[in-house]
Design a protein around this ligand. Structure first.
Ligand SMILES: Nc1ncnc2c1ncn2[C@@H]1O[C@H](COP(=O)(O)OP(=O)(O)OP(=O)(O)O)[C@@H](O)[C@H]1O
Length: 382
């Protein structure tokens, strides 16, 4: 979905990440991400927004392979880099169950047959059972082969992962306090096998300059820096390997408001100067409004709306998007006085008869809705 004439940098297809805890009756499944699909195009900032716990971080972590997805696929620069096998495993289970049921029916027919028929029927039943088993084995083989194919493809594309980096919310927690800034930043180079100290020095200094730090900062430790500077170190660490795509997970939420704009400006600069594509995760729309080209709104493991940033602010359709927008403060004090927070209640949808799907209501504007809701939204858009 999106700009169909370009090959996306990142393509997420039906991504699912379920976490299971406990066993037996106490088994609990959290569907942190439950079938999310979106594409991100070269040089754009894609904002992923939603309240705490809706699955934004898990989406980012599944894309960058910090988790193995439960199901779905992620393509990076056209190559499969992450995949889950739930559908394949379920298909295997289904094939086994179907065969079991068929054999049971055949055997029951044989037991019920009269003694006179039994002899001939037994030969026929044996043959049929053989056929059912062969069919089952072929179905299982097919799914197993598909799992193996995906695994091989993932192994072959492993190197590509270097081109994808993540910046984390909390710069203190994500930087090793016992390493100097230079050691922290150079880690990615070392992992790539670069050992020449001169090359490492040059690269580290270059990247320090890119993020607005100085060469003399290289020998210091993370605690000697302010929050904003630490986030710059985190960004430098990501940049050293020349990534094409960066996932920034709430990179400014832990920073003072006065510093937030600086980090946003830096990210914007990197996008413009280096052509880096960015997925920016945030819990409120005010932060990503001016920074994102397109925005995906997440609610409890699903995308509920996806559109260009301007379009989303001008024509929000999903009631959850409206609720998020109503939380964005406005500079106009008169407006602020009368601003009403819209509360979203998912029970307002009647999805028992007609379940929702993500549909393109107008070019590049997608909304999770059933057909009745789409008809309503179309009226609103007119
Ligand atoms: N490793 C895990 N094991 C079990 N449950 C998890 C795990 N990670 C996340 N979850 C659950 O999955 C859901 C989504 O969490 P996630 O951190 O992705 O949301 P989020 O939108 O990024 O929230 P936040 O803004 O607070 O980081 C939550 O209910 C969370 O408790």
């Amino acid at each position: 979905m999106g700009r169909k004439d370009e090959t996306p940098v990142l393509s997420v297809k039906n991504l699912k990440q379920h976490f299971t805890s406990g066993i037996g009756k106490n088994k609990l499944v959290v569907k942190a991400v439950d079938g999310v699909s979106f594409d991100i195009y070269k040089g754009e900032v894609f904002g992923l927004v939603g309240e705490s716990g809706c699955g934004k971080t898990t989406t980012g972590r599944s894309i960058i392979k910090l988790y193995e997805p439960t199901d779905g696929e992620v393509y990076f620069l056209g190559n499969l880099i992450s995949a889950g096998y739930k559908e394949n495993k379920e298909a295997i289970k289904r094939a086994k169950q179907i065969a079991k049921d068929k054999i049971k029916t055949l055997k029951a027919e044989l037991t019920e047959a009269s003694d006179a028929d039994k002899e001939t029927l037994k030969i026929k039943t044996d043959e049929l059972i053989k056929e059912v088993k062969a069919e089952r084995d072929a179905a299982i083989e097919k799914e197993k082969a598909e799992i193996e194919r995906k695994k091989k493809e993932l192994d072959a594309n492993y190197e590509l992962m270097k081109k994808m980096q993540m910046i984390f919310q909390d710069p203190i927690a994500s930087l090793n306090p016992r390493m100097t800034v230079k050691e922290i930043i150079a880690e990615g180079l070392r992992i790539s096998g670069i050992k020449d100290p001169r090359v490492i020095n040059d690269e580290v200094n270059k990247v320090l300059e890119t993020v607005g730090l100085l060469p003399e900062h290289a020998s210091r430790y993370p605690h000697e820096f302010s929050g904003g500077q630490r986030q710059r170190i985190g960004i430098a660490r990501a940049l050293i390997v020349n990534p094409e795509f960066i996932i920034a997970d709430e990179p400014i939420s832990a920073l003072d408001v006065s510093i937030q704009a600086q980090v946003i400006n830096l990210l914007n600069d990197l996008r413009e100067r280096l052509g880096i594509t960015i997925m920016f995760i945030a819990h409120d729309l005010s932060v990503i409004k001016y920074f994102s080209d397109r925005i995906g709104v997440m609610y409890y493991g699903n995308l509920v709306e996806l559109a260009d940033a301007d379009e989303l602010f001008l024509n929000p359709l999903h009631p959850y998007t409206k609720s998020l927008l109503s939380a964005v403060p406005q500079p106009d004090p008169r407006y602020e006085k009368t601003r009403k927070r819209i509360v979203y209640d998912p029970r307002m949808h009647d999805y028992v008869q007609s379940p929702p799907k993500l549909q393109e209501i107008k070019k590049d504007h997608w909304v999770l809705a059933n057909d009745e809701e789409i008809a309503e939204y179309k009226k609103v858009l007119k």
